[in-house]
Design a protein around this ligand. Structure first.
Ligand SMILES: NC(=O)c1ccc[n+]([C@@H]2O[C@H](COP(=O)([O-])OP(=O)(O)OC[C@H]3O[C@@H](n4cnc5c(N)ncnc54)[C@H](O)[C@@H]3O)[C@@H](O)[C@H]2O)c1
Length: 229
């Protein structure tokens, strides 16, 4: 349906208060645009890339979108993200816990560098858990039957030849999502995850040292849903 012919009430996220972590770039940026297009009352972009985050908020419209600096590895930042959203908009209906990083260098298990692995875990596993924790607390306190979506990865479900720490951290996201969904079901809060395959984003362009078109070509041979969506 064309956007202009949609009534406000037909929009899937009409009136919802939403947060997207990692919303300054890639998948999170697209999610922020989609949430706004689907009628969200507000999309709060939480990221460490301040300039890009502000740009995304401005491109969506500062009446519908705002940027909050938040490093998901820092518990006080996540607490502030959630509290400032509740203070401004009354509640949180949806959070997309999407911020994530790849390993700074590809690691096999035989070469596993614990300092590097801890860094990947601090963002992808613990940082994501902090976002789920504080958003869920706000939903429980506000009696909101909300929705939490985490970005995992195809690497969360398969063994990998390299990027061991990344794969381990994304398996942890599945464990987080499953445990949170069991624990929060009694409050009517849904917790799900999405596992993208390879997509051309700044993350993968940097990883593969290639432009978006080349990255898409590299990943297209692994994708099944060609042209769907
Ligand atoms: N692109 C892919 O092919 C692919 C595949 C599977 C999973 N993923 C996952 O999707 C998510 C988004 O990735 P993307 O490809 O859009 O990458 P991206 O780099 O374009 O976007 C990730 C965003 O997260 C932000 N971020 C990183 N660390 C952060 C932190 N500590 N606190 C707050 N924000 C932080 C970055 O600044 C960036 O804006 C990640 O969790 C990634 O692991 C991506």
């Amino acid at each position: 349906m064309a956007e202009s012919s949609s009534t406000k009430s037909s929009l899937r996220l009409a009136g919802k208060v939403t947060i997207v972590t990692g919303g300054a770039s890639g998948i999170g940026k697209e999610t922020a645009h989609l949430f706004a297009k689907q009628g969200a009352r507000i999309v709060v972009i939480a990221d460490i890339q301040d300039k890009l985050g502000v740009q995304v908020a401005e491109s969506i419209g500062t009446d519908k979108c705002r940027f909050v600096h938040c490093d998901i590895r820092i518990e006080d930042d996540v607490k502030n993200l959630v509290q400032s959203t509740v203070d401004s908009y009354g509640q949180i209906d949806i959070i997309h816990c999407n911020a994530g990083i790849v390993s700074p260098s590809d690691q096999t298990l035989l070469e596993l560098d614990v300092t590097q692995a801890n860094g990947v875990f601090a963002t992808n596993a613990i940082g994501t858990a902090l976002c789920v924790k504080y958003a869920a607390r706000a939903m429980v306190a506000g009696k909101v039957r909300g929705s939490i979506v985490c970005t995992a990865s195809i690497s969360a479900s398969y063994g990998v030849t390299t990027g061991t720490d990344y794969s381990m951290s994304k398996h942890a996201v599945l464990g987080l999502m499953r445990s949170a969904s069991v624990q929060l079901a009694k409050y009517g809060i849904r917790v799900n995850s999405v596992s993208p395959n390879g997509l051309a984003t700044p993350l993968t362009e940097k990883l593969l040292d290639a432009d978006a078109k080349t990255v898409e070509e590299i990943f297209s041979k692994f994708s099944m849903l060609k042209g769907v969506g």
